[in-house]
Design a protein around this ligand. Structure first.
Ligand code: SF4
Length: 202
């Protein structure tokens, strides 16, 4: 399906705008030619991208997952990706509202990896101490603590962290402080995940 782009926004990648002196920005969202599909490099990057070592393995596994016709859940894909990259430790940073899903993911992944899990209320920081208004009438209300989640998983030296149900902003802070790469596992797919065994094709 072709997406309609008003004519005044049609963008020619060969004459893309110069915003700051000496600096060019591509605007792929406005480009209709998409000549990068057929070998044209219209970016300022001409060489030096580091697709070697683990980066090379990563992109090769991603391309294989993308092209393989087997239908898999995101959790299966994460597990396969992690196995193939030789990851041993997986972290789960989850929202406390989704403790059941966190338990399910823990149970499945712990068959194959060492799994570490930290909920959003870890450290039990009083909301008022961060100038956050309480949402319920109670003496104490704990704030979400994405930096704490990241630091604890950093301490566990996880290879990859899964963000489960972290709300907008908390996920951003978590990713900012997580030393391991982090990925969101969509909650919507979990009911269909069941208690499945993951089929690792070596
Ligand atoms: S990289 Fe592709 S989509 Fe982006 S401006 Fe160039 S040709 Fe267009």
């Amino acid at each position: 399906m072709e997406i309609f782009i008003p004519a005044k926004f049609i963008y020619d990648c060969s004459t893309y705008r110069v915003k700051d002196p000496g600096r060019k920005s591509v605007q792929c969202a406005l480009c209709r030619n998409k000549e990068c599909l057929i070998g044209k490099n219209c970016s300022v990057i001409k060489s030096g991208l580091d697709y070697s070592g683990d980066n090379l393995k990563s992109i090769q596994i991603s391309a294989w997952l993308e092209s393989d016709p087997t239908k898999r859940t995101k959790l299966e894909e994460i597990a396969i990706y992690s196995k193939r990259l030789g990851y041993r430790k997986i972290g789960i940073a989850f929202c406390i509202e989704h403790e059941r899903e966190a338990r399910l993911v823990y149970d499945i992944l712990s068959r194959y990896f060492d799994v570490f899990s930290v909920c959003c209320k870890v450290c039990s920081i009083e909301k008022e101490s961060l100038d956050i208004r309480k949402t319920v009438e109670s003496e104490f209300e704990a704030a979400c603590n994405p930096i704490g989640q990241a630091l604890l998983l950093n301490d566990d030296r996880t290879d990859l962290n899964i963000m489960l149900g972290l709300k907008t902003g908390y996920d951003i802070l978590f990713a900012k402080y997580s030393e391991a790469p982090s990925i969101t596992l969509p909650l919507l797919e979990l009911p269909s995940t069941g208690d499945s065994e993951i089929d690792f094709i070596e």
